[in-house]
Design a protein around this ligand. Sequence first.
Ligand code: NAD
Ligand code: UDP
Ligand code: UDP
Length: 463
Amino acid sequence: MAMELTYRGHDAQPLDDAGKYIHKPEKRLVCLSRSLRYFLHEQRPLFVLLGMTLASLLFSFFPRPSPVAGGGFRMEITDPKGWRLTEPHHLTSYGGQNYHRFVIDTAGRGSVGGKVPLGLKRKGLRIVVTGGAGFVGSHLGDSVIVVDNFFTGRKENVMHHFGNPNFELIRHDVVEPILLEVDQIYHLACPASPVHYKFNPVKTIKTNVVGTLNMLGLAKRVGARFLLTSTSEVYGDPLQHPQVETYWGNVNPIGNQSSSVSNKETMINVSSTGVRSCYDEGKRTAETLTMDYHRGAQVEVRIARIFNTYGPRMCIDDGRVVSNFVAQALRKEPLTVYGDGKQTRSFQYVSDLVEGLMRLMEGEHIGPFNLGNPGEFTMLELANVVQETIDPNAKIEFRPNTEDDPHKRKPDITRAKELLGWEPKISLRQGLPLMVSDFQKRIFDDQSDATTASGTGTGNGSG
Ligand code: NAD
Ligand code: UDP
Ligand code: UDP
């Protein structure tokens, strides 16, 4: 072993009769002069020069496709690209605080093709999606770093990206600081359904305020572009219809007046119903923070105000109207219409939203932009579309509505049309079947898994 490690690579020197070393003629020099003579003969340098010129002409007329394009996003069918984490995270200190630091490199970037809207191609971007394991975030592609605490998101939503070396998943709560080196931040982390955001209202506010502050601090430190997914809820129960971005909204910051009565019965009642303001005001503050970091710290920001969105990978039991109706119809349960069912919403298919978000991030305009489908439906009309799509015999059952339910909602998308060149393409009747097949698979696969498990359980028990 030691012999191998100390070998220096030179031969034993020959000795003359007197035992002195003879200097052999320098082999290398002889070879060199022979090769040089060969090279200079028969106008060979001229041919070499000619070859080089031809090659450079060829490359300038037919350049190789850019190695990374598309801003790191794809809708399910592009090649991998982007970056990967080269080492596990470790704690580091910045501004007197401990951070989780993730080291990212760009070595994993490959070539790209696929369905990226024209004009959105950017080179070599490192993109983080907070809340990327949730419904919307899981549609933002496989060349991203997802940061999620899995409150409403699920690993299953992004598991299909796990084989891709350009995809990273970090379990992290945005309420805690984090160090990343990235170019763009899609900030989605926040529960979106009333059932979930009312579950722990204080945590919802913290996520929106402290979480957004941290992501803006990160954007400021690394000079990343920051996109906030705000909501149509910032308009509250709107007094203007349809809602234009210039409308300041009608939000009740404290919920129903009865909630201020400090009587035990009312308190129980209020806490079980919950109010929307933790979400509405949280998102409004997030918008304020975003604009203040833009004005005060020159962070490049974008604001999207998202209207009701549906599609595959929506949480089945999140209590939202589309997921409720679809799951109920599939399970042969009555569709639960709250109130008189005359309140309206506008429903956007998720791929339309994703395209809007990408255009916003890649474009030059800050916003806010309404991103939603202007097709307006009452809840009874929605129930009818679900009946048409899944089961014409599905029954409708009326239930009391929640106290703070906005009466109508419909986006004015003129600004997005003009400045982003964006408008939704998929109608409710086209989009709903796409969601139904996903729900069908998840509901019935889960049921058959449960049956198998309980079957096994009984077997084990009796054995
Ligand atoms: P979702 O609940 O499916 O996804 C939110 C994700 O954020 C989840 O993966 C959740 O685990 C994660 N998250 C929540 N709190 C977190 C925290 N403190 N730290 C890290 N991760 C956290 O919701 P969605 O429908 O995908 O919505 C995404 C974003 O879009 C949200 O910001 C929401 O407010 C906004 N939005 C959605 C809709 C809609 O109709 N889906 C409408 C308006 C606005
Ligand atoms: N922050 C973060 N990651 C970063 C930079 C900042 O999480 O890379 C957090 C930081 O901990 C702070 C917040 O973002 O809580 C706001 O940061 P900023 O630098 O704007 O404010 P400051 O730290 O000066 O209060
Ligand atoms: N809704 C309903 N039945 C349900 C769930 C909701 O009629 O099973 C109504 C709800 O009262 C509201 C509308 O549907 O008027 C949209 O509710 P969702 O929670 O989906 O979204 P958001 O209120 O946040 O727009």
